[in-house]
Ligand binder design. Sequence first.
Ligand code: PLP
Length: 283
Amino acid sequence: TFVYINDEFVDESEGKVSYTDRGYNFGDGIYEYIRIYDGNAFTAKEHFERLFRSAKEIGLNLEDYTVKSLTELIEELAEKNNVKNGGVYIQVTRGVAPRNHPFPEASTKPVFSAFSKSYERPYDELENGIKAITVDDIRWLRCDIKSLNLLGNVLAKEKATQSDAGEAIMHRDGIVTEGSSSNVFAVKDSKIYTHPANNLILNGITRRVINEIANELNIPFVEEPFDVEFLKSADEVIVSSTSIEVMPVIQVDDTFISNGTVGKITKELQKSFNNYIESNIEK
Ligand code: PLP
């Protein structure tokens, strides 16, 4: 299995980074996770544009890369590893330098790494839905940056796992923000509600596709804050991400949504999402 690190493809046993890498010491870096469907990188342009935005927001220099070079890179990695369906994870850190909080010297090269993995889409859960719990959103105030600092997300997801739930839905003082690794939607009276794409959430690429699909289906897409009570009284609840796509949530804490079944709008969105995937496969 190949990984890509510091400008070359190497065997994974050689994929090593320094103990003073700023990603390792400070979580000082950014990442993306891109889906591969049938050998094609899905919505790669959107993912890499978001990566460049994250880089800009934290003052990380990515001038050695372009959206095109990164897209070619991940497709090559997937091909080398024979990944037909799966994903590619990439991260960029502010580089290797003696441990000291301020930015290192300008000549410090960012450390870029990528690995791929193969797996099938989560068909069973997409059909039957998952359970979610609600937890306090204890994260910082720049959740729009896809940063390597994921401790708040990790602690939330661990709570979900301990409760036999597939996702933790976070809220700030009762206002639902997003999932530990997903965006959250409540469907009520045939409208889709989701938190506005501001500093409190990651503007998910899947969220943007859902927005586009909803517009095509003439389903109102309302970007307004709502609280946990509204979520639990919703007709349907959905979480979305690159890996879980349009995922139905049939239970939030002890409350069953739509009597524990997958709702009509969720199914419509899933169908359109499948078509969207199909239309983006080249070969
Ligand atoms: N929100 C958070 C905190 C995430 O970690 C993710 C994805 O990992 C998302 C939302 C969904 O983003 P995307 O649809 O781009 O995968």
